[in-house]
Unconditional design. Structure first.
Length: 162
């Protein structure tokens, strides 16, 4: 059963966290282009905003699907008897930090950027400021997931043969 949990854990990480990482990374650049050029120059009045909405929806939907990653991670670690190993604890803490950054910083800031760009009340400088405040937590989110991935592969101090 442990091998099943491990397979689902890895597949969930690839299929759920991967799209969030990519879409979240694409969002600031797309928003920056839109705020620099203005919605009128995008071909249609909402063309660029529609792209941002799709990227934001990908982040939201796959973030929920990504909850399977720690669930099956705990099941795998429990089955292997490594829940108390330092690399697992570090991975749990980094995953919790990444989830908190996504839920408390990235997704709300994406909402705010879309709202600024669609109301028309904000200046390009306001929109650019929102994008700048979004890019940093997005990068930190991705770095945390990269660190978790390295820990999952290297497993420092692990004695398991899996």
């Amino acid at each position: 059963m442990t091998k099943f949990f491990l397979a689902v854990h890895v597949l969930a990480a690839i299929l759920a966290v991967g799209p969030v990482a990519v879409a979240a990374s694409m969002f600031p650049a797309a928003a920056r282009r839109l705020s620099d050029q203005g919605a009128a120059e995008q071909g249609t009045p909402t063309g660029g905003v529609a792209t941002l909405r799709v990227l934001h929806r990908i982040c939201r939907v796959y973030a929920v699907a990504g909850l399977a990653v720690p669930v099956f991670g705990f099941a795998t670690a429990s089955g292997l008897g490594v829940l108390r190993d330092a690399w697992v604890i570090a991975s749990i803490l980094l995953t919790a930090a990444a989830a908190a950054i996504l839920a408390l910083a990235v997704l709300p800031r994406q909402d705010a950027v879309i709202a600024r760009l669609t109301t028309g009340d904000s200046t390009p400088a306001d929109a650019a400021g929102g994008v700048a405040r979004l890019a940093m937590p997005t990068g930190v989110f991705n770095l945390l997931w990269a660190a978790v991935t390295v820990l999952m592969i290297v497993r420092p101090g692990s004695t398991t043969g899996v």
